[in-house]
Ligand binder design. Sequence first.
Ligand code: PEP
Length: 256
Amino acid sequence: MRKLLVAGNWKMNAGPTEAKVLADEMAEIWKGKQFSHEALICPPYVSLPFVVKSFRDSFFKTGAQNVYTEDNGAYTGEISTSMLKELTCDYVILGHSERREYFQETDEFIAQKVSKSLSDSIRPILCVGEKLDERKADKQKEVVEKQLNTVLNQVDEKHADDFVVAYEPVWAIGTGETASPEQAQEMHAFIRSLIADSWSSDAAEKVRILYGGSMKPANAEELLSQKDVDGGLIGGASLKADSFSEIMSIAEQIGK
Ligand code: PEP
């Protein structure tokens, strides 16, 4: 049985002061309430310690938006998995389309980061997804297959429980446009079949596949109800405590 994961990606928003206020608000909304799934917030690095502190007595987990492949050394500007562990972070987002686009991250480099994170017990959320022109050319499966298989080829299926994929069609990120529930389900089922082919069907059943791309309270229910959608990676709507909490409540009602 896969637990839903409702994850917020704050991107380069919410410095320490704002992040603390926002995380406190989220913790307060859920204080004393039960959440049977997993809730996760990934703030910018500098805000992480403050968010960790705000969530100290809550079920909210924290994650980073990137990590490097080395343990320490002369890598100016980078941070390591051990640093994230020291902060008690559980997750890291890897291969986000913004990193692929603006920082020229390749599938190979992303695969190395996924491997490193898994061996150091930080759960990676691997983002995959096609651009608009690729969707228009009906190449979405080809694109996603290449992005995913590069990683699956380098990672052992024993990590299936800790490995998370986020299907994020680039044309739906921050645009207000979402994949239809049918488009999402079709791609999620395809991703699961790729995992079954590379690893095994047992492993594929364990991997959580999140949908990302303009998820908000108004469309969360139809997306999260899809059989192979195991949660959401949420950008814009995670920057407001009430909308993120509303999506969490929808996940709670859906159950699964
Ligand atoms: C994201 O950044 O991963 C994302 C899905 O953003 P948004 O929800 O704003 O589209």
